[in-house]
Structure formats: structure tokens, C-alpha cells
Design a protein around this ligand. Structure first.
Ligand code: SF4
Length: 441
């Protein structure tokens, strides 16, 4: 069977899709980038906002139009929360909720449920897997679900209680991914900081990272979104090992304590400030990213001004701005003083301006420095060579034109300038190029 995979939403969805890809490959099915060639199409949906729901539905419509004869299996948070809305859609043959997602391959192929054997068909499967989405970076799911009750959040409704994978299982999968050629592993979960709590390990994340650093040769480990509380003491000391990428995504959601309280977030200005100071003391070059919701119910002009000032003070390298969207089934949907759309848009624009300035300021700080870059893909070629694109450990996008394809190589690079599109321009030394040329022969 030829299978086309489409994922939307968060990195957790991405990691689950990578895992499904491995299971399909182990089952002898072929993965295809082209919906027109597929017998089966799997859509991993998202429902975090109304916009995400719209995109999920559009993707299903689009895939069906591209190939009306293929069956579509729909899973993910939208399928979990609204199966009755998904089932009648044209082409949909299966609706699989989040609890059954791990059995998806067995459900759609009829194959017995088996533990995934990612690389048991070497070298073909290995090559195919490295080729999935052209990635050099694999998403590794370590945790699912959440025990918190943030009042805007539907994710916890869709994902259930917090569950962690045992350390040995995560380490084994990481070793397989590294053996399969991946150079960077991104640890994903709904609430990564709570990793291990359900297993009676309050410092679970610390022990998991230590095990990954000592028991795998992963050249790079990166964490996806990390709620800014519940973090084990001394966690950031682990970043003294440069294999841990200096990039933290700490979702703030609001910089105003009163708004945070209505959101039922377990953070305040003071605790967030202290956490950031602790991280920056150990990693002054860390890229700090965050998410902010504007127009949460009851967010007055004064609250927004406080939030905005705090966001400015934190000087984020990346700021993702979301306009609050009312989700039935959440506590926030019942809160009074919903904010008009026009005002949400104004506030979002104000923060997006800050976001652009912050990203530029952060990138400019590194011009003239050397940074390690993992090269991912080429985006073109000229008479000077191939246009290689990659990311530094602190998640700066870098472009470098050299006579070689650098994909999946990790090299130090001199950052010499910043292009209009906020991409840093990198330069490799003649000796590095000679070495790369020699190893390619
Ligand atoms: S911590 Fe809050 S926002 Fe994050 S998944 Fe849990 S309930 Fe949702």
C-alpha cells in the first residue's frame, strides 16, 4: 500500500507522524509525498484554535480532491474532539481518536499490532525514513497529556492525563534514530516539564536528559515547548553539555499576573523572570521563545499594557502571538468580558511588531561569531554553488552558498551578515570546504 502522511499543528503531532511513518515502513508499506499516488492518506489534525480546525478540514477536502479514490484516515485532536463532524466528510474512511492513535497502522492495514521496528529493513527503510519530509531532525515523543487546567486549553481535554514513556524506551528509540542518520532529536510532549511525574519521578525530565546525553551519541538534543513551572532543580546545568541546544520555548501566554490568574497558569511575572535569569546565567546565548495569547477574556487595556511591557523586558528571540479564540468546553469560554475581535487584532499587531524587532536584535548579536549549524536542505543553486540552509544550536536560520551540498552535516560556520529575510549569512573556511570535498569523494 502507498501511504501519504499529512500533519498539522504542534511538534507532538509531528513526532507521532514520524512514528507512524516508521510503523508503516516496518509493515512493508511505501510512503509517498504525492497524494495522487496514495492508496491511503493519513491526516493528523489539530484543534488548538478555530483556525486550526479550519485548516484541518481544508486539508481533508484538499486531499480528497487530489485523489478521490484514496481512503482517508483522520486522527489527532480535531478527530478526537469532534468525530461526528469528521466522519461524514468525503473520502474519510477512518476516524481514530488520540487514544487509539498508536494502533492506527494496525487498524487501517489489518496488520497485527506490533512494536515498531524502525530499521529492520536496512538499508531501504533507513533511507526512506531519512527522506521523510527531507528531515535531519527527528521528533521524539516522550510524554503525552497534562494534569493542569489552564482555562483556555482544549489540548488537555483532547489528550487526557499526563503519561510518560519509560526512560529506557525513549533511549532505545533515540539510539535507533541516531543509527538511522538523524543528527538532531527534538523531545516533544504536551507538558514536557511534568515528564516522569506519573511514574513517581518528580525530577523525571532531568534524569531523562542525563540518560540521553550519556547513553546515546545524538549530536544534538533540543526540547520543544516547556511550560515554565514544575522544572527540576538544576535542570539548566545540563546545558553545560553543548549537545543540548541553547534554545528554550517557554510559553508565557500573558505577561500580566491578573490575566495569568484567570488563565490558571502556574506562573507569574516574578517566577518567569527568575526562571529566565537562571537559564541566561548558564546560557547567555540562549534563544528564548514564547507564546502569547492576546484578548483573553477580561484583558483590559491596563492589563495588556503590563503584559506588553513585561514581554519587552524579557527580550524574546521569538514571540508567537495568538488571538484568543473561544473554545466550547473550556472554562474560559464561560468567562465574562470577552474582548472584541478588532481590539485583539490591534494588540496582536503591537506584539508582532515587538516580535520582529526582537528576532532581528537577537540575530544581529551573533554576526561576527562562529556557531555550529546543522544543514538541512538546499533551496537552489547558482554559479557560486548550492544554497544550503540550516539552523544554529540557538535556532538562528543560516544560509551559505558553497560548491557542496551540506545536508545533514553539522559544521561550525562564521556568521558574516544578516539578509533581509532575517536569515544569517554563513561562510565556511577553505580548509573546511576541502575536508567536506575530500569526504564526499
Ligand atoms: S499546561 Fe495548560 S496549556 Fe499546557 S497542555 Fe496543560 S492545560 Fe494545556
Amino acid at each position: 500500500m502507498r501511504v501519504h502522511l499529512k500533519t498539522l499543528g504542534c511538534r507532538l503531532n509531528q513526532s507521532e507522524m514520524d512514528s507512524l511513518a516508521r510503523q508503516f515502513a516496518a509493515n512493508g508499506d511505501a510512503l509517498t509525498d504525492s497524494p495522487a499516488e496514495a492508496d491511503l492518506m493519513v491526516v493528523n489534525t489539530c484543534a488548538v484554535t478555530q483556525e486550526a480546525v479550519r485548516s484541518s478540514r481544508q486539508s481533508i477536502h484538499r486531499l480528497h480532491r487530489a485523489n478521490p479514490t484514496a481512503k482517508i484516515a483522520v486522527t489527532g485532536c480535531y478527530a478526537h474532539l469532534a468525530p461526528e463532524a469528521v466522519r461524514p466528510m468525503a473520502g474519510v474512511a477512518y476516524v481514530i481518536d488520540n487514544h487509539a492513535k498508536e494502533s492506527l497502522v494496525s487498524i487501517v492495514t489489518g496488520a497485527p499490532l506490533a512494536a515498531p521496528q524502525p530499521f529492520d529493513r536496512e538499508p531501504i527503510a533507513r533511507q526512506a525514513l531519512i527522506g521523510v519530509g527531507g528531515r535531519t531532525r527527528a521528533f521524539l515523543k516522550v510524554q503525552d497529556g497534562c494534569d493542569r487546567h489552564c482555562t483556555f486549553c482544549l489540548t488537555r481535554v483532547a489528550r487526557g492525563k499526563g503519561r510518560s514513556r519509560p526512560i529506557a524506551e525513549v533511549v532505545a528509540e533515540a539510539q535507533q534514530l541516531v543509527a538511522g542518520g538523524y543528527r538532531e532529536l527534538v523531545l516533544t510532549g504536551v507538558h514536557l516539564g511534568s515528564y516522569g511525574h506519573d511514574l513517581g519521578q518528580p525530577d523525571g525530565l532531568y534524569h531523562l536528559l542525563r540518560a540521553l546525553l550519556s547513553d546515546t551519541d545524538a549530536p544534538r538534543l533540543r526540547l520543544s515547548s516547556l511550560e515554565p513551572w514544575d522544572l527540576p532543580p538544576d535542570l539548566f546545568k545540563l546545558w553545560e553539555d553543548r549537545r543540548l541546544c541553547r534554545h528554550l520555548h517557554l510559553p508565557l501566554q500573558s505577561g500580566c499576573d491578573a490575566t495569568l490568574k484567570r488563565m490558571a497558569r502556574r506562573t507569574t511575572q516574578a517566577s518567569f523572570r527568575a526562571l529566565v535569569a537562571e537559564a541566561r546565567a548558564i546560557m547567555p546565548d540562549v534563544a528564548l521563545a514564547t507564546d502569547v495569547i492576546v484578548g483573553f477574556p477580561g484583558e483590559s487595556d491596563a492589563e495588556f499594557a503590563i503584559s506588553r511591557a513585561f514581554i519587552e523586558e524579557m527580550d524574546f528571540a521569538a514571540l508567537h502571538v495568538f488571538r484568543y479564540s473561544l473554545r466550547e468546553g473550556t472554562a474560559a469560554a464561560r468567562l465574562p468580558n470577552q474582548v472584541p475581535e478588532a481590539l485583539k487584532r490591534q494588540r496582536a499587531d503591537a506584539l508582532l511588531a515587538l516580535a520582529a524587532q526582537g528576532a532581528r536584535r537577537f540575530a544581529e548579536r551573533f554576526i561576527g561569531q562562529r556557531r555550529p549549524v546543522l544543514w538541512e536542505a538546499i533551496s537552489g543553486a547558482s554559479e557560486r554553488g548550492f544554497v544550503n540552509n540550516g539552523y544554529t544550536d540557538n535556532f538562528l536560520r543560516v544560509r551559505c552558498v558553497v560548491p557542496h551540498v551540506l545536508s545533514n552535516l553539522l559544521t561550525d560556520v562564521q556568521l558574516v551578515g544578516l539578509a533581509e529575510d532575517q536569515t544569517l549569512i554563513g561562510a565556511l573556511e577553505a580548509a573546511q570546504l576541502a575536508e567536506i570535498g575530500a569526504s564526499a569523494r
